[in-house]
Design a binder for this molecule. Structure first.
Ligand code: F6R
Length: 363
């Protein structure tokens, strides 16, 4: 049942305020300003976190690396499941291994988990299907409460994964003595505000649909982001290529000069994900480099960012302002809507893109 939407993907994008609220209710119950997990995990003795996943779930892990390192001061390694195991990486003592999977059945992720059994101290998973193989074979499974995801392109599972991973990073920060009760309460308040913030992001649907009409004519699209927006740029490019079949690539903005700038011309849309955060000025100078070569900049930022730098851009999409750590969850919405409307404009099969399966159970 598409609940009045044209596609499951549209329905699942629209559901995000609601499903995220459900995840928040479980991990940050209102009466407490601490993170509640469905079982015991103590990060105080953990020396290293290894995160492994595929596709969109992998990009959720790359995002979480920033959180675990910055907020919890925990060294993190992130890897693609199909590479991890064959490299035969050493797993030092006091390693916590974390596997992220919507389906909980992805063959490579499950094989990577089995590789870590007997080696890592603790095996955690972040899953959408609590009775899945990955959930069953881990010491503790953290459900994301996204509900069934039908569209092949992952949307609500991604933002719910991020929400749970952020809660886990906050728990790690508290266990390791890097977060005061006051700071934790501030995060909790900001996270509880997310459902409303996501709803206002969804109000930009029409503006994004119009931008997508133009993007649908492109052969290639570049996505740029710095800091927490870099993994989101990767996710935005993946979403676009999966369902619209437009070639899209993502780079950390600072890498622009090291190669991809050679591609920029008047036919190249460049999506710049840049809330007005500590790295904003650097992103703007990268944006100027694109504009100077007649690249078409699609800027996704907040009102302050657009006021400051949005004059010469091709189009600007306005997001609400949130605490910096929360920006990947918010900016996922325009990235998903852009891919969705571009695919609709091209007339592709949004929910069942060619060559893709919802659950990849072969290696
Ligand atoms: C992208 C997408 C895939 C999955 C990947 C992992 O939209 O859906 O990249 O994220 O196949 O799947 P799970 O999370 O089920 O392990």
């Amino acid at each position: 049942d598409k609940a009045g939407h044209k596609h499951f993907m549209a329905k699942e994008i629209a559901e995000q305020p609601h499903v995220i609220a459900e995840a928040i209710r479980h991990y940050l119950p209102v009466e407490e300003d601490t993170v509640r997990l469905p079982g015991e995990v103590d990060f105080s003795q953990v020396e290293r976190l290894t995160m492994v996943a595929c596709g969109t779930a992998y990009y959720a892990c790359v995002t979480a690396k920033y959180w675990f390192e910055q907020i919890a001061r925990l060294p993190v390694e992130v890897d693609i499941a199909s590479e991890f195991r064959y490299r035969e990486p050493p797993i030092p003592a006091k390693t916590l291994a974390l596997f992220v999977s919507q389906s909980g059945e992805t063959a490579d992720t499950l094989a990577a988990l089995r590789f870590c059994q007997e080696k890592a101290d603790t095996i955690l998973s972040v899953v959408n299907v609590p009775e899945s193989s990955i959930a069953r074979e881990s010491d503790l499974a953290l459900p994301i409460f996204a509900g069934p995801e039908i569209g092949v392109a992952s949307t609500k599972a991604f933002t719910c994964q991020l929400t749970v991973l952020l809660a886990l990073a906050l728990k790690a920060a508290c266990d390791r003595g890097h977060l005061s009760a006051e700071e934790m309460a501030e995060y909790a308040t900001a996270i509880r505000g997310l459902p409303n913030v996501l709803s206002s992001a969804l109000e930009q649907n029409e503006a994004i649909r119009q931008a997508a009409q133009k993007v649908s004519e492109a052969r290639d699209v570049l996505f740029l982001g710095r800091g927490l927006m870099f993994p989101l740029a990767l996710e935005g490019a993946l979403k676009l290529k999966e369902i619209s079949y437009i070639h899209a690539e993502a780079y950390a903005s600072g890498e622009l000069k090291h190669g991809p700038i050679a591609l920029i011309d008047k036919n190249m849309p460049v999506v710049v994900l840049t809330p007005k955060d500590a790295l904003f000025d650097k992103s703007v100078s990268n944006m100027q480099e694109v504009l100077a070569r007649k690249g078409k900049v699609l800027m996704i930022s907040d009102q302050d960012g657009i006021n400051e730098a949005g004059d010469d851009v091709w189009c600007a999409i306005r997001m609400p302002r949130v605490k910096e750590a929360l920006t990947p969850i918010l900016y996922a919405i325009p990235a998903q809507l852009l891919a969705y409307h571009t695919a609709v404009a091209k007339g592709t099969d949004v929910d069942q893109p060619r060559n893709l399966a919802k659950s990849v159970t072969v290696e």
